[in-house]
Write a protein that binds this ligand. Structure first.
Ligand code: FAD
Length: 549
């Protein structure tokens, strides 16, 4: 009897499942990009819940923080890449298309893609995908600031192919400079390596190159080793400006000791095949001869994103603006993460104004300090990125900014003019910086969004986010919250600087070992982890390979 009842229940349940699966097919998720954001999203998504398709011109994931190590043969290219098909194989029915998206149409909810795998598919190399949810994670491109000659004559360091080209080019310079019948000036020119941009990538490459030259190439090219020069050109007053002053100072001093020239306050204005022209406010223009140049001055917007931004009224931005849930406000079901996106500050300020309206119930135009504290707490829940700034400032600091406030410290009942307070808070807007374009941010966003997608159904019924400001009810999810784990700046000679949370600075050989362990642990698979560690070991024992392959 009991058994019969159970069978009947199971049958009706499966009937129900079949019926509902016929009624509601899985929602289509299209993911653009297989970099840090896209891959982390795919790794954490419960793909049984959706019909997932992935589009990327690169059929692998690349561990970008080790790209500078490839330029000098410290690590091999295949050690830092993992085929995307291997990563998604474990996830069941995810489909991958090696192609690039060249147009996003949010009205018809379609993406236009083009395969570019070197074969002419008789005009069939373009195809359309429609979506219910679109995850845009296509990263950024190099920013040349339209400087003449950069594209033609400089190397970039963004992709694995770029790093391989640089490696070949370095060896090329040493072989060319060693040929007979060259005068010393020409040899010097060929062996002048210029890095434009003193950010983490440019500095790390300069340090790697210096190690390669001093530890390996100087033994193989004794005739020309004294002619080598490495220069870093930086438009700002210092290199590594995103780091603490102690790191910047240490790096600049170390580079000076190592003989790496750091030219600060110079902006490169033109690059020809043999000369780099730069300008400085006080000294004017000057040209330096060079043999190889690497351009590393930051990131710009990909054309497909520019076109999309124009369509949705976000023209003239550097990156797609999203809300705190990584959703693009103007389009239904479209999310953007990683280097191609940024969380909009303008929207935050609009919402803060709305919070004030709600708080000032009696329309008196004044608030007590308790109410202000409540408002700040509310802002912190909704906007985790504002939280850091607000937490770092005492409420009294903000209160002090308001000139006409009447302050009664004992009673803790400060009456404030709301308009003044809003103006004071508006400073938050200019002081809260956009999240940095890093792998850390991209990976955390990918992870966050996958978790939201995994609990989409539950959260539609039982929303877990903060109360909506202008409408009733709650947001489905909690907003994205970035957790900063610190950043490294490898400086060569087995020394690294690290700026860890709480502005804790660590510099030196022991930090280099921390760098080795963190980067080994962060590898995407055990295969790449084993390969990277074996490359480091090989380099310790045998040095770097200098073949020009
Ligand atoms: P990406 O990782 O760039 O991925 C973009 C993906 O989109 C790629 O798969 C690409 O092929 C694909 N794509 C491009 N165009 C299209 C298209 N039209 N259609 C479909 N797909 C497309 N960050 C750190 O946190 N720590 C570091 O130490 C660090 N070191 C770095 C060193 C170097 C040399 C570089 C270049 C970057 C470094 N970064 C580091 C930054 C980090 O790599 C980026 O912030 C991160 O890659 C951004 O991830 P993403 O997924 O947004 O973009």
């Amino acid at each position: 009897m009991i058994g019969g009842g159970l069978v009947a229940y199971a049958d009706s349940k499966s009937d129900h499942a079949i019926a509902s699966s016929q009624v509601a097919p899985k929602k289509k998720v299209v993911v653009l990009g297989t970099g840090w954001a896209g891959t982390t999203f795919l790794k954490n998504l419960d793909s049984s819940l959706y019909d997932v398709q992935v589009v990327s011109p690169r059929n692998y994931f690349a561990f970008t923080p080790l790209l500078p190590s490839i330029t000098c043969g410290t690590v091999e290219p295949c050690s830092i890449v993992e085929p995307i098909r291997k990563i998604i194989k474990k996830k069941g029915e995810i489909k991958f298309w090696e192609a690039e998206c060249f147009k996003i149409d949010p009205t018809s909810k379609e993406v236009h893609c083009r395969a570019d795998i070197g074969t002419n598919l008789d005009g069939n190399d373009e195809f359309l995908l429609n979506y219910d949810y679109l995850v845009i994670a296509i990263g950024a491109r190099v920013n040349t600031f339209n400087t003449p000659g950069v594209v033609e004559h400089c190397h970039f360091l963004k992709e694995v192919e770029d790093a391989q080209k640089i490696r070949r080019s370095v060896m090329d310079c040493f072989e060319r400079a060693s040929l007979p019948n060259l005068d010393e000036e020409e040899r010097k020119r060929i062996l002048h390596f210029v890095i434009v941009g003193g950010g983490p990538t440019g500095v790390e490459f300069a340090a790697e190159l210096h190690d390669f030259v001093t530890e390996d190439l100087s033994k193989l090219y004794p005739m020309v080793r004294d002619l080598v020069k490495i220069s870093v050109i930086q438009s700002g007053e210092h290199i590594l400006t995103m780091f603490d002053k102690r790191v910047t100072e240490f790096a600049e001093e170390k580079f000076q000791r190592d003989g790496i020239e750091v030219k600060t306050g110079f902006k490169v204005v033109e690059v020809s095949d043999k000369n780099i022209t730069m300008a400085n406010k006080s000294t004017g223009k000057m040209s330096v001869p060079y043999g190889m140049a690497v351009w590393s001055t930051g990131i710009g917007t990909r054309p497909v994103i520019m076109d999309f931004m124009k369509q949705i009224g976000q023209a003239n931005r550097r990156a797609l603006a999203t809300n705190e849930w990584l959703r693009i406000h103007e389009c239904d079901g479209v999310y953007a993460l990683g280097d191609c996106a940024t969380i909009s500050q303008r929207k935050i300020m609009e919402d803060i104004s709305a919070i004030f309206k709600v708080a000032d119930k009696d329309n008196s135009g004044t608030l007590t300090v308790k109410e202000i504290q409540g408002i700040l707490d509310d802002i912190c829940i909704r906007y985790p990125q504002v939280e850091l700034y607000l937490k770092s400032k005492q409420i009294s600091d903000i209160v002090d900014l308001i000139k006409d406030s009447k302050r009664d410290v004992e009673k803790e009942s400060i009456e404030l003019d709301i308009e003044e307070f809003k103006r004071a808070l508006a400073n938050v807007d200019s002081q809260v910086k956009n999240l940095p374009a890093t792998a850390q941010v991209a990976a955390q966003q990918g992870n966050y969004l996958a978790k939201c997608f995994n609990k989409m159904k539950d959260c539609e019924e039982h929303p877990e986010g903060p109360l909506r400001i202008t409408e009733s009810g709650r947001h489905r999810f909690r907003p994205f919250r970035y957790k900063h784990f610190g950043q490294f700046a490898p400086l060569g000679g087995e020394q690294t600087a690290a700026q860890l949370p709480g502005d804790w600075i660590s510099i030196g050989h022991s930090t280099q070992w921390l760098w080795y362990s963190v980067y080994a642990s962060k590898q995407v698979s055990w295969r790449t982890r084993a390969l990277v560690i074996s490359d480091w070991t090989r380099r310790f024992i045998f040095g770097r390979d200098s073949s020009r392959i």
